[in-house]
Write a protein that binds this ligand. Structure first.
Ligand code: ADP
Ligand code: MG
Length: 459
């Protein structure tokens, strides 16, 4: 019996390793130990509560499914926190896989009492798994530089770009890398929402001093998605003080947002300008080569498990799913899971069938090229004048309309739109958008033009 259960556990572990890859396996699954097993119950232990919760929320379903394949009458898998000398929590806590922990736990606890409010890091988000292309090479190089050098080179590093393009991935990669190189360095990674939440809670619990001290003791502070800082409350102010305190002590700060510092309208002017002092690196939309590269890398990572996917199918996906990397990944996962489940080879037909809705949604997305074409046609002007420097009113106004529509109907950033209009500056685009918004209120002909164009483009 003893040997049987060990053998089973080994097979489950091998499958988990194949499924999630070495990095994730070593970080999260390898530390689990088999404590007890009988006919229909298994008990595992994890070294810390944080680790247990993370395993439950990220791997719980799969651990259970894989084990059930080994042992069909299995009714319960239980993960407990391993009893540790001096641990106040003891081994009493347990939970079942597939159930989410009530709250996310901090990455690690600090020795000076109190908990570091860091958010958990995704073990898959490493430099090794990040595929570099033209659109993200600056952001990638800057992220590497920040994590490779002990000295602060630029402060802050400000990463920005649309959703699903790898900002969070890069930030986690920085944290993992610094931690590996020098475990002594204290890295704190927080989403802006978490920062606000922690700050407000500290205020409520009359512990804002403690909160400040904890933040100001870190070597590297990373705040993700700062566009979520809202105008009204005092968290911006607190963030700014923390920022200055850390910068004064020459500690590295890394910030991300979905737009550039100057476009963060809800953030106070002096903070905005301070955010732009270091290195500002934008991540552009993916191009075909990068999308294909990412798909190839993901397939390689998943290879040990199941079905090979032909280059043709990957090329098809890279062509058709252009929105962002998150959707691209999602499409690939869905396809592999489906093929695996029904046991069919992954052909182009199957791909089209399984991803019908996604493909259609991606097709419907309007491009800036189309917008320029339609607008030029509508106003009877030359397409080339969308890019030209001519400033005559009968050309400049339609051009502004096209910029406005590009901002409204696509997910492109202001600099990207500017680029598409003959390399104009993003402030020009911003101005155009504001101007058209204003005019539309009073000029009913213009308002109708815009409605019509929008319907044609979206239809
Ligand atoms: P963002 O924070 O910009 O919204 P994420 O960092 O969450 O985007 O990325 C979304 C998903 O796409 C993640 O699973 C991430 O690993 C993946 N991804 C994004 N860019 C890349 C890349 N260049 N190489 C590999 N994976 C990527
Ligand atoms: Mg993100």
């Amino acid at each position: 019996m003893e040997r049987l259960s060990e053998a089973r556990w080994e097979r489950v572990r091998a499958r988990l390793r194949a499924e999630f890859g070495d990095a994730a396996f070593n970080s999260w699954l390898k530390p689990l130990a088999l404590e007890a097993m009988d006919q229909n119950r298994v008990r595992l232990t994890a070294p810390t509560r944080f680790m247990r919760d993370w395993v439950l929320s990220h791997y719980g379903e799969r651990v259970r499914a894989i084990w059930q394949a080994e042992q069909p009458n299995l009714a319960e898998i239980n993960i407990q926190v391993r009893q540790q000398p001096g641990s106040e929590r003891g081994g009493g806590e347990s939970a079942e896989p597939g159930r989410q922990p009530a709250t996310a736990e901090p990455v690690r606890e600090r020795s000076n009492g109190g908990q570091a409010p860091s958010s958990p890091l995704d073990p898959r988000f490493r430099f090794e798994t990040f595929v570099v292309g033209r659109s993200n090479e600056l952001a990638y190089a800057a992220a590497r530089r920040v994590s490779d050098s002990a000295e602060v080179q630029f402060n802050p590093l400000f990463l920005y770009g649309g959703v699903g393009l790898g900002k969070t991935h890069l930030m986690h990669a920085i944290a993992w890398h610094i931690h590996k190189r020098d475990p002594e360095r204290e890295v704190m990674y927080l989403s802006a929402e978490k920062f606000m939440y922690q700050f407000i809670r500290a205020l409520r619990e009359k512990d804002s001093m403690g909160f400040k001290q904890r933040l100001r003791a870190v070597d590297v502070l990373m705040i993700d998605d700062v566009q979520f800082f809202s105008r009204k409350d005092s968290t911006q102010e607190e963030f700014f003080h923390t920022f200055n305190a850390l910068a004064d002590q020459n500690r590295q700060i890394v910030i991300s947002a979905d737009r550039s510092p100057s476009d963060l309208e809800d953030i106070e002017e002096r903070i905005r300008s301070r955010l732009g002092w270091g290195l500002v690196a934008d991540i552009h939309h993916t191009d075909y080569e990068l999308r294909l590269g990412i798909l190839q890398a993901k397939v390689k990572q998943a290879q040990s498990e199941g079905e090979a996917i032909s280059e043709k199918v990957l090329e098809f996906l890279a062509h058709r799913i252009t929105s962002n990397v998150r959707e691209l990944e999602g499409a690939l996962n869905r396809l592999m899971a489906y093929a695996n489940l029904v046991g069919r080879p992954i052909t182009l037909e199957l791909t089209q069938e399984v991803l019908q809705d996604l493909l259609r949604a991606n097709d419907r997305r309007v491009t800036i090229d189309e917008i320029q074409k339609k607008v030029a046609h509508h106003y009877n002007m030359r397409l080339a004048d969308m890019h030209s420097a001519r400033r005559a009113r009968n050309i400049a106004r339609p051009r502004q309309v096209a910029m406005f529509l590009a901002k409204q109907l696509t997910t492109r950033s202001l600099p990207e739109i500017g680029n598409k209009f003959g390399g104009r500056d993003h402030t020009t685009v911003m101005h155009a958008v504001r101007r058209i918004e204003e005019l539309r209120q009073t000029d009913s002909v213009l308002a109708e033009d815009i409605d019509l164009l929008r319907r044609m483009l979206e239809g």
